[in-house]
Design a protein around this ligand. Structure first.
Ligand SMILES: [Cu+2]
Length: 132
């Protein structure tokens, strides 16, 4: 009898545990995306409108992070801008991406970085070069 009672109690608790677990997962995922060494600034700033082409992109993270991917593409047709890879896999809070000469137009940068705790964060930003 006592054994039977325990089994029933366990069965009654199981759905509650599952529900609690699923709530924990759904709540913790969006938080973990933001909590780990977010990018705190980028130059050119997201949405910036520049009158001349920038020579570099500077990214600053809250904590040391490694850029594991950095892509820059023309917004109009998605053409990738060829970049070196000196900026990749360097553990630092500040990262500099050296740019080739860029023509007028809008560009979208997308990046992926790994924080010291191994978590991957990612983001996008864009800027426009519009010579006067
Ligand atoms: Cu983390």
């Amino acid at each position: 009898m006592p054994f039977r009672f325990v089994r029933h109690a366990a069965l009654a608790v199981a759905p509650v545990l599952l529900l609690a677990l699923s709530m924990l997962v759904s709540v913790s995922v969006p938080i973990s995306v933001q909590a780990h060494s977010p990018m705190t600034s980028v130059t050119p700033a997201d949405g910036a409108r520049l009158t001349s082409a920038p020579a570099t992109i500077e990214m600053r993270f809250r904590d040391p992070s490694r850029l594991i991917r950095f892509g820059l593409a023309a917004a109009e047709d998605g053409t990738d801008v060829a970049l070196g890879d000196d900026h990749l896999m360097v553990e630092a809070a500040d990262h500099t991406v050296t740019l080739p000469p860029l023509g007028a137009g809008s560009y979208v940068a997308s990046w992926r970085a790994m924080g010291e705790d191994g978590h991957v964060i990612k983001g996008r930003f864009s800027f426009t070069i519009a010579p006067e």
